[in-house]
Design a binder for this molecule. Structure first.
Ligand SMILES: [Zn+2]
Length: 313
C-alpha cells in the first residue's frame, strides 16, 4: 500500500501516535503527505497549480482562485474537532480488533457522545476503500448471516425451512464471500434468493474458483460456473475431507457479532453498510501494521457525510 514507507515519523502504538502528532500543524502536514502524495491539488477544479499561504495550511488555486486546505473535500471538512482527536479515533477504529463504541470514544478523547457517534460514521465512509476490489479467487467461502433478532431462532428457521426469499422484516441479512488467506466482501441484502446470491458471487468471484458453502438451497446454481462444494451442518458436518468447510467466514461472522453485542449493541438497518465497511476494512488490513492501516484510511478520507444524510439517508 506504499504510504507507510514514505511517511514522516513512525508509530507502533497509541503512546507513540500521541507523541508524534503533538500539535495540529503536524497532523495537517501528515494529512497532506498522505492525501496529496502526488502533490497538492485543488478540491474544486482539480488543478495542480496551487499557491501556498504563509500560515502553512491555506492554499489557493491558480485556476479557479478558490482557497482551500487539505481538509476540504474530505470527511474532515468543516469539523470543529481537532485532527489530533480525529487521528486518535482513526487509530482506535483501525487498531482495535472489535472497533470502539461512540460512548467509549467520547470518554477517551473528550467529546460529546453525539459528536463521537457522528465521527465514527464519517470514519466508516473512509473505510470503504476501492483497494479491496480485486476479484476473489483460489478457494472462497460464501455464507450469509442475520444481524438483529435472536440467533438461535434464525439458525433453526434457516436450516429447517430452507426456503428462498424469506421475510427479513426484523433483521438484516448480510452476504459474505471470503477468499482463504485473502480478502472478504460483505453486503446487506433484503432477501436471500438464488438470484441475489448468484449475482453477488458473479460480481466478486473469478469463474472456475472453488466455492464452499453450506447446504442452503439458495446456493444452488453456482456449480455451473464454479467448483461448488457444500457442507451439511444439519447433519452435523463441519469439515468434509479437509478443505471443504466454511470455518473462515464463520470466524468473521462470529467476531462481527461479538463486536455488535459487546460494543455496538444495536446496529440500525439504515447504517448497516457503514458498519460492514468498518468490519471489512479491519479484516482486509489484518496483515498490515497499525501505521499502514491508519494511513490507508487517511488516504481514503475523500468524501463527505453530513449529519442530515446520516439521519435521513
Ligand atoms: Zn481550482
Amino acid at each position: 500500500m506504499g504510504h507507510g514507507n514514505t511517511m514522516v515519523g513512525n508509530f507502533k502504538n497509541l503512546i507513540e501516535l500521541r507523541d508524534h502528532f503533538s500539535d495540529e500543524m503536524v497532523c495537517i502536514k501528515h494529512l497532506e503527505a498522505v492525501r496529496w502524495d502526488d502533490g497538492a491539488y485543488c478540491p474544486y477544479c482539480g488543478c495542480k497549480k496551487v499557491y501556498r499561504f504563509k500560515d502553512g495550511k491555506t492554499c489557493k488555486c491558480a485556476e479557479c482562485r478558490k482557497r482551500f486546505n487539505v481538509k476540504v473535500g474530505s470527511i474532515f471538512e468543516d469539523t470543529k474537532i481537532s485532527l489530533q482527536k480525529w487521528f486518535m479515533a482513526v487509530y482506535f477504529l483501525t487498531a482495535h480488533k472489535k472497533g470502539i463504541s461512540s460512548i467509549q470514544l467520547s470518554r477517551d478523547i473528550g467529546v460529546t457522545q453525539k459528536t463521537a457517534w457522528f465521527m465514527m460514521h464519517r470514519l466508516r465512509v473512509a473505510t470503504n476503500t476501492q483497494s479491496f476490489n480485486q476479484p476473489l479467487k483460489n478457494i472462497v467461502e460464501a455464507d450469509e448471516t442475520y444481524v438483529g433478532g435472536k440467533e438461535k431462532n434464525k439458525h433453526f428457521c434457516k436450516r429447517v425451512e430452507g426456503s428462498q426469499g424469506r421475510s427479513t422484516k426484523s433483521k438484516v441479512v448480510v452476504l459474505g464471500i471470503i477468499e482463504r488467506g485473502g480478502n472478504i466482501r460483505t453486503k446487506a441484502v433484503h432477501e436471500v434468493s438464488q438470484n441475489t446470491i448468484r449475482n453477488y458471487v458473479f460480481d466478486n468471484v473469478v469463474f472456475g474458483t472453488k466455492i464452499m458453502t453450506d447446504e442452503f438451497r439458495a446456493y444452488g446454481g453456482l456449480a455451473d460456473f464454479y467448483f461448488h462444494s457444500t457442507i451439511d451442518h444439519s447433519k452435523g458436518e463441519y469439515v468434509v475431507s479437509g478443505s471443504i468447510h466454511t470455518n473462515t467466514i464463520e470466524g468473521f461472522w462470529s467476531l462481527m457479532k461479538r463486536s455488535i453485542v459487546g460494543i455496538f449493541h444495536h446496529i440500525s438497518r439504515k447504517h448497516i453498510d457503514l458498519y460492514l465497511n468498518e468490519f471489512t476494512y479491519r479484516y482486509n488490513t489484518r496483515k498490515e501494521t497499525s501505521e499502514n492501516r491508519f494511513n490507508l484510511m487517511l488516504s481514503n478520507c475523500k468524501g463527505k457525510l453530513t449529519y442530515a444524510q446520516l439521519i435521513h439517508p
